[in-house]
Design a protein around this ligand. Structure first.
Ligand code: CTP
Ligand code: MG
Length: 235
């Protein structure tokens, strides 16, 4: 079901890159960790600048790195007109800071994790298309391959959801701007933006994600990304 409103136009993109990367443990914030010699953020922006209808771009960086002249930014070509703002302690605070800095004329917003640095531009375009078609919230997702168990605090299984109805969701997540702003005004603490929108009672659509939109979280993930960029299509 979609909300009966005019389809939004200009696309504003918030790239959240303000996390510390504690699970990766590289000693520098994750977005500035090199992948094949270039920071993850540089790889992420490569797709973002190719988004159909891009009107405004904000990169949310760690406060100590919110000056794009900082040494850690070496190898990141900040697209013309892009802004950099300082992030917050939680991801949701970083998203809110980015949202506030976007050009007000953009009424379709994409929120993207810099850590999903190899997400193909086709995923962005699928999400944009579905928001333009009238969905107020759209997330890319892939089928879950493992059987998932819900457990209690003793580790005892309480239920086994039907795997065929489960999706592992990714970014970019796309929203009508007024809906995302209302969602962030209403709460924080969710692990993704769509959950805040769902909490307002809106229906969120899942479109096809892509295995390359995985999040670089651990050293193994970084090694996987290194293998991918060494293969065909990334040279
Ligand atoms: N993020 C952010 N601000 C925060 C926390 C996270 O902008 N306060 C961003 C990260 O930079 C990343 C995305 O949100 O692009 C997903 O977060 P995650 O993978 O958890 O990254 P980190 O928080 O940096 O990693 P960790 O949890 O291992 O410390
Ligand atoms: Mg984190």
């Amino acid at each position: 079901m979609t909300d009966a409103h005019a389809a939004p136009r200009g696309v504003g993109v918030v790239v959240v890159a303000a996390g510390s990367g504690s699970r990766l443990g590289a000693g520098v914030p994750k977005a500035f960790v090199p992948l094949a010699g270039r920071p993850l953020l540089a790889w992420a922006l490569e797709a973002v600048v190719r988004v159909e209808g891009l009107g405004s771009l904000v990169v949310v960086a760690p406060p100590a790195l919110s000056d794009p002249e900082a040494a850690a930014w070496a190898g990141v070509a900040l697209p013309r007109g892009a802004r950099v703002v300082a992030g917050g302690a939680e991801r949701s605070a970083s998203v809110a800071a980015g949202l506030a800095a976007l050009d007000p004329t953009c009424d379709l917003i994409l929120v993207h994790d810099a850590a999903r640095c190899l997400t193909p531009v086709a995923v962005f375009d699928r999400v944009v298309e579905a928001v333009r078609a009238g969905h107020v919230g759209v997330v890319p997702g892939v089928p879950v391959v493992d059987t998932v168990k819900a457990v209690d605090d003793r580790g005892l299984v309480t239920s086994t959801p039907d795997r065929s109805s489960l999706r592992a969701v990714q970014t970019p997540q796309g929203f009508r701007r007024d809906v995302l702003e209302a969602a962030h005004a209403g709460g924080a603490g969710a692990t993704d933006d769509a959950a805040l929108v769902e909490a307002l009672g809106h229906r969120v659509l899942v479109v096809d994600g892509d295995s390359r939109a995985f999040k670089v979280t651990t050293v193994d993930d970084l090694a996987h990304a290194e293998r991918l960029v060494g293969g065909p299509g990334y040279t």
